[in-house]
Design a protein around this ligand. Structure first.
Ligand code: AMP
Length: 181
């Protein structure tokens, strides 16, 4: 398998119909992460365009963004900043609400995690509507940081999230895409 190849990585992702709700095709990356070639290929693919981009911090979105983002930070030789669901971080936080299909949710970052002028690479496993990544972008910007780019393994282009994020001035990098939801 050519492990940097999108088709090779795509073949390692398991699709689970009707999880967690009827009508959703859940793209399960546990099978990709369990593969040594898959994990290395995905992590390298996420960071390669940004090797010389002058990143100060890698921020990862709970929970799969922690696994991939931690590995990316380690490989770049930079620190990792967690962005978590409301109420999970122990110190002072700033929060950002975002819309879900039904209702709203909030993600948070430690208030002192990112400082004025820090250059941040945002990592998550998948971008769908872009609501989560847009909220994370706002947290980074409100902290005074510059979001250099957002990097995802999977894009669901039919949901328009990557385009929406680009429209807000964020460089978006994705490794592979699936049609539909
Ligand atoms: P969104 O905010 O709509 O872009 O959703 C992105 C977040 O929800 C990511 O953290 C994903 O892990 C998760 N997610 C959304 N849709 C899916 C899907 N079809 N399969 C797996 N994870 C998903």
């Amino acid at each position: 398998m050519a492990y940097h190849d999108a088709d090779g990585l795509k073949a390692l992702i398991r699709t689970i119909p009707d999880y967690p709700k009827p009508g959703i095709l859940f793209r399960d990356i546990t099978t990709l992460m369990a593969s040594p070639m898959g994990l290395r290929g995905a992590v390298d693919g996420l960071l390669l365009p940004f090797l010389t981009a002058g990143i100060d911090y890698v921020a990862g979105i709970e929970a799969r963004g922690f696994i991939l983002g931690g590995a990316v930070a380690h490989e770049l030789g930079r620190g990792f900043v967690p962005i978590r669901k409301k109420g999970k971080l122990p110190w002072r936080t700033i929060g950002q609400e975002y819309s879900l299909e039904y209702g709203v949710d909030t993600i948070e970052i430690h208030a002192d995690a990112i400082r004025e002028g820090d250059r941040v690479l945002l990592i998550d496993d998948l971008i769908a509507t872009g609501g989560t990544a847009s909220a994370a972008t706002q947290l980074i910007r409100r902290s005074g940081g510059t979001i250099v780019a957002a990097s995802f393994v999977i894009d669901l282009p039919d949901l328009g999230g990557a385009e929406r994020l680009r429209a807000s001035g964020v460089e978006v990098h994705t490794l592979l895409s699936f049609e539909g939801h």
